[in-house]
Design a protein around this ligand. Structure first.
Ligand code: C2E
Ligand code: MG
Ligand code: MG
Length: 623
C-alpha cells in the first residue's frame, strides 16, 4: 500500500515537472513575468520619488517655521529686558534672555563665531550697525535626520526607476525569447499551439508513416472544416474564437476510436488520420464527428457548430500522402458546396467537376472583364389587363464552345470567385440603360448577397440610375431571403439606403427559404415574388391555393404588390388571379429574351382580362 502511494506520488511529481518544463509552461512563465514586472517596478520607483519630494517640502517648511519661531522668541526676550544695543551682556542678562526665549546654550559675541549646528542672529544699534551676535544650539537633529532620509529615498527612487527601465527591457526580451523558443520547440515537436494537437506538418508525417507501414490495409484521411466559423470570430473576437476551437478539439478527440489521430490542419480545419479502416468505418467516424459537433458549445453564448467533412482513403483514392490530402480537400470542397454539415467521400467525378469548375471560372473571368455576357428580359404582366408592366433582367452567358451556360451554374461561380460585384454592376448598368428606352415599365434587377454586402452598392446604384437617365421609381431590386439571414443588420441598413434613392425592393423566391414573416415586417419591401415552386403546385395540391391566397392577403396588408413567378399554364393564371395576385411572370406570357425583342412587345397587352390572348404575333414570337 505504502509502495503504491510512493509510486503514485513519484508519477505525479514527474508529470508535474515535465509540465513545468514544457514549451507551453515556458511561454506562460515568460508572459506572466513580463506582465508583472513591467508595471510594478516603475510604479514602486515613482511612489518613492513622490514620497521623497513631498517629505523634503514638508521638512523644509517645518525647519523654516521653527527658525522663525526662535528668532521671534529672541526678539520678545530682548524687548522684555529693555536692553539697548550694546556689545556686552552680563551673565544674568544672558540667562534671562535664554530663559524667556527658550534658546539653548545662548551666547553673545562681538564677532561672528560660526560653528556647525548653531543658529545666529545679529544685534543692531539705532543706526543699523551690527554690534554683536547671539548664537544658540539649533536643535535641528530631527530636521537633519529627515533631510537625510528624504535624500536617501530620492536616490533610491531614481536608482529603482533606472533599474525598472532596465528590468522591463530585459524581461520583455526574455519573454520574447521564451515565446520564440516555445514556438520553435512546438514546431519541432509538431504541436499546434492552441489545441496541443499535432499540427499540419505532424499530421502529414503521421499520414505518410501510416501509408508506408505495411501493417495497415486501409488508411483514411478525413478533413473537417467548420461551417461559418467567421461568425464566431466576428462575434467573440480572436480569443473567443480560439476558446471555441480549443473546446472543439477536446470534444472531437474524446470520440476518436483506437488507431485514429486528430490534428489541426489550419485555422478552423481539423484532420483525422485513421488506420485499419474500411470505407464504412471512415463514414461512421464522419457521422460521429458530425454528431459530436452538433452538441451546443457555450463560450459567452450558445454556439451550434457544424462542419463539412471530406474523406479520401488509400489505396483506392491515392497511394501517397499528397494525393490523399488533395483528394480529401476536393471532397471537402464538394461537401461545403452542398451546404452545412455535409459529408462527401472522394469520387473521380469530384475531380472532374473541380477541373471543369476551374476552367469555367477562368472563362467567366475573361467573359466578365470583356463584358461578353448578355442581359435578357422577361416580361411581367398585370394580372388584370394582361399588359406588360415590367421586365426582369436576367444575366446570360453563351460560351464560345460550350454554348449557353445556365445562371444557376455561373452566378454561384461568380459569387465564389469574387466576380459577382463586377458581373452585377454590368447587369445593372446594361438593364437600366435598356430600360430607359421603354417608358412606363418597371425594370427589375437581381442583387446577389455579395452585392448587398458591398459598401459601395448604394453609390453604384445611384450612379447607374443617373447615367441611364431613368426614373428611380421604375427600378426594382430583387433580393432573396438568404441576404437577410446572413447579416440582417447590415442588410437593413443597405436596403433602407436603397429605398431612400426611390427604388423599389422586391423579396424574390418567397416561399422557398425560411419565409419568415418578421422579415416582411422589418425590411422595406414593396413587392413580394411568390416562388415558382408554389405556383407549380397550384392545382396539384389542394392547399397550395389557400397558401397563396394567404400570402397575397398578408402582402397586401403590409402594403406590398404580390407577383407570382413561373406561371406556365392557363389554370395557374386563373387561380392566381382569383387569389388576388397583382402581377405575373412566366413562360405562359413570355420567356426571357433579348432587349430588341422586348422593345417590340412593350405597349401590347399579352393577355386580355377574359383570358383571350391578344397581340398573338408578338407574344408568340416571344415564347
Ligand atoms: P430568379 O430571379 O427567380 O429568376 C427567375 C428565373 O425563373 C429565371 O431563370 C427565369 O428564366 C425562370 N423562369 C421564368 N419563368 C419561368 C417559367 O414559367 N417556368 C420556368 N421553369 N422557369 C421560369 P434564370 O434566368 O435561369 O435565372 C435563375 C436565377 O439566376 C434567377 O432566379 C436569379 O436568382 C439568378 N440570376 C439570373 N440573373 C442574375 C443576375 O443578373 N444577378 C443575380 N444576382 N442573379 C441572377
Ligand atoms: Mg429574380
Ligand atoms: Mg425568383
Amino acid at each position: 500500500m505504502r509502495m503504491k502511494a510512493v509510486a503514485a506520488a513519484r508519477t505525479w511529481w514527474t508529470a508535474h515537472r515535465s509540465r513545468r518544463r514544457s514549451p507551453r509552461h515556458a511561454h506562460q512563465l515568460g508572459a506572466t513575468f513580463s506582465r508583472i514586472s513591467a508595471p510594478a517596478l516603475p510604479v514602486l520607483a515613482g511612489a518613492i520619488l513622490v514620497c521623497a519630494v513631498v517629505g523634503t517640502i514638508v521638512t523644509q517648511r517645518e525647519d523654516f517655521r521653527q527658525e522663525t519661531e526662535r528668532h521671534a522668541a529672541l526678539a520678545r526676550a530682548l524687548d522684555e529686558l529693555h536692553a539697548t544695543a550694546t556689545d556686552q551682556f552680563d551673565a544674568a542678562q544672558l540667562q534671562f534672555i535664554a530663559q524667556r526665549s527658550g534658546l539653548k546654550n545662548l551666547r553673545f559675541d562681538a564677532d561672528v563665531i560660526g560653528s556647525a549646528g548653531r543658529e545666529m542672529q545679529s544685534l543692531q544699534d539705532g543706526q543699523g550697525r551690527i554690534v554683536g551676535w547671539f548664537s544658540w544650539s539649533a536643535d535641528r537633529a530631527f530636521i537633519v535626520a529627515m533631510d537625510r532620509l528624504w535624500s536617501a529615498l530620492a536616490a533610491l527612487g531614481v536608482a529603482l526607476a533606472l533599474f525598472a527601465l532596465f528590468a522591463a527591457l530585459l524581461t520583455q526580451r526574455l519573454a520574447r525569447s521564451l515565446v520564440r523558443t516555445a514556438e520553435n520547440v512546438r514546431k519541432l515537436t509538431g504541436e499546434d499551439a492552441l489545441t496541443a494537437l499535432p499540427n499540419h506538418r505532424a499530421m502529414l508525417a503521421n499520414l505518410n508513416e501510416a501509408l508506408n507501414s505495411r501493417r495497415h490495409e486501409f488508411v483514411a484521411l478525413l478533413l473537417v472544416d467548420l461551417d461559418g466559423f467567421r461568425e464566431v470570430n466576428d462575434t467573440l473576437g480572436r480569443s473567443g474564437g480560439d476558446a471555441v476551437l480549443a473546446r472543439i478539439a477536446v470534444d472531437l478527440k474524446a470520440v476518436l476510436p483506437a488507431g485514429a489521430v486528430l490534428g489541426r490542419f489550419e485555422d478552423d480545419e481539423f484532420a483525422v488520420v485513421m488506420t485499419s479502416a474500411g470505407s464504412h468505418v471512415a463514414a461512421a467516424l464522419a457521422d460521429t464527428l458530425r454528431a459530436t459537433l452538433a452538441r451546443p458549445i457555450f463560450v459567452e453564448q450558445i454556439w451550434q457548430i457544424s462542419a463539412g467533412i471530406g474523406i479520401a482513403q488509400a489505396p483506392e483514392d491515392g497511394a501517397t500522402g499528397e494525393d490523399l490530402c488533395r483528394r480529401a480537400g476536393l471532397a471537402l470542397r464538394a461537401a461545403k458546396r452542398e451546404g452545412r454539415a455535409a459529408v462527401r467521400r472522394f469520387e473521380p467525378e469530384i475531380e472532374k467537376e473541380d477541373s471543369e469548375r476551374r476552367y469555367l471560372r477562368r472563362q467567366l473571368e475573361s467573359a466578365v472583364s470583356a463584358q461578353a455576357l448578355d442581359v435578357h428580359y422577361q416580361p411581367v404582366v398585370a394580372a388584370a389587363g394582361g399588359g406588360i408592366v415590367g421586365v426582369e433582367a436576367l444575366a446570360r452567358w453563351t460560351h464560345p464552345t460550350r454554348g449557353v451556360i445556365a445562371p444557376s451554374v455561373f452566378i454561384p461561380l461568380a459569387e465564389q470567385s469574387g466576380l459577382m460585384r463586377q458581373l452585377g454592376e454590368f447587369v445593372l448598368r446594361r438593364a437600366l440603360r435598356d430600360g430607359a428606352r421603354w417608358p412606363h415599365v418597371s425594370i427589375a434587377v437581381n442583387l446577389s448577397p455579395v452585392q448587398i454586402r458591398d459598401r459601395n452598392l448604394v453609390d453604384g446604384v445611384a450612379a447607374a440610375i443617373a447615367e441611364a437617365g431613368i426614373e428611380a421609381s421604375r427600378v426594382v431590386l430583387e433580393v432573396t431571403e438568404s441576404v437577410l439571414i446572413e447579416n440582417p443588420d447590415e442588410a437593413l441598413v443597405r436596403l433602407d439606403a436603397l429605398r431612400a434613392l426611390g427604388v423599389g425592393i422586391a423579396l424574390d423566391d418567397f416561399g422557398t427559404g425560411y419565409s419568415s414573416l418578421s422579415y416582411l415586417q422589418k425590411f422595406p419591401f414593396n413587392r413580394l415574388k411568390i416562388d415558382r415552386a408554389f405556383v407549380m403546385s397550384l392545382g396539384t395540391f389542394g392547399n397550395a391555393g389557400a397558401i397563396i391566397q394567404s400570402i397575397v392577403t398578408l402582402g397586401h396588408a403590409l402594403g406590398m404588390k404580390v407577383l407570382a413567378e413561373g406561371v406556365e399554364t392557363d389554370e395557374q393564371r386563373v387561380l392566381l388571379r382569383l387569389a388576388g395576385c397583382d402581377e405575373m411572370q412566366g413562360f405562359l406570357f413570355a420567356k426571357p429574351q433579348p432587349a430588341e425583342a422586348i422593345g417590340a412587345l412593350i405597349d401590347w397587352p399579352l393577355w386580355a382580362p377574359d383570358g383571350r390572348r391578344v397581340a398573338a404575333g408578338a407574344a408568340g414570337a416571344a415564347r
